[in-house]
Design a protein. Structure first.
Length: 255
């Protein structure tokens, strides 16, 4: 089916964004939609109710749309550390209700779960563990976004320096060293351990320096596209995103 026909049939690609306060959600959505502006907010009836950042009080039923790319509609959950049990139940009910929608345009198409890496403990919160242990999202793929990943660069820099690297070499190698260390670390082992986590994410991505004007959200786009097992939704997502021309060409060739 032609991408324009898919957009006419389904409308917007719908993403639920979950994450604790200061997880960098606003910045990532702005990068994906190539803007610095705030989103417009629409209620469940489709009526515009205002313009706001992803802070303060939330209504998960409200949809956020950026003028720069109205093909996406985002729903926001603040994570579970603030709302406790009620917030978790609300997210779980929202996912279940959207899964029951008959029309594809009303269903939830993907979930981005943002976990910031700039906090001292860098461990999963009880709410995050609860989500991946108890929340069955069915066919809706969950992609974990380890945000503010550049916070780990200083630690890698120090490790490389202690191993004899020069300042210049340590600075150059720190990003790759951080990614390699994280890939074999305890957090990912825990997140994908079937004995501890009943509903692991489909995949994950490490995002660094997303507040920079030239931030690259291409890997996020590619991982999300690859996580979609519905070809129609995959085509909709790829044609909606405007930040990664290479992935458009890649999927066009494959088809």
């Amino acid at each position: 089916m032609d991408p324009s026909q898919i957009r006419n049939k389904i409308g917007r690609f719908r993403i639920l964004v979950i994450g604790r306060a200061n997880a960098g959600k606003t910045t990532i959505l702005q990068r994906v939609c190539n803007t610095r502006e705030d989103p417009e907010i629409y209620n469940s009836a489709g009526t515009k109710v205002g313009i706001t950042m992803l802070r303060g009080l939330h209504n998960i039923e409200n949809g956020m749309v950026f003028k720069s790319n109205p093909g996406f509609i985002f729903h926001d959950s603040r994570g579970f550390e603030a709302g406790g049990e009620s917030e978790f139940d609300q997210v779980k009910a929202f996912i279940a209700d959207r899964s029951k929608e008959a029309r594809l345009r009303d269903q939830l198409h993907a979930i981005w779960y943002c976990i910031p890496m700039d906090e001292a403990s860098r461990s999963f919160t009880s709410g995050e563990i609860k989500f991946f242990s108890q929340c069955d999202t069915g066919s809706i793929p969950v992609i974990v976004l380890f945000t503010k990943f550049d916070a780990l660069y200083d630690e890698s820099y120090a490790q490389l320096k202690s191993q004899g690297a020069s300042m210049e070499e340590a600075e150059e190698r720190a990003p790759k060293h951080a990614e390699e260390s994280f890939a074999i670390g305890s957090q990912l082992k825990f997140l994908y351990d079937p004995k501890k986590i009943r509903h692991p994410p489909k995949c994950h991505i490490c995002l660094s320096n997303m507040d920079n004007d030239d931030a690259d959200c291409g890997p996020l786009i590619e991982q999300t596209a690859g996580a979609l097992n519905n070809e129609t939704l995959q085509q909709l997502f790829i044609s909606t995103q405007q930040t990664n021309l290479e992935i458009c060409m890649k999927y066009a060739v494959e088809k």
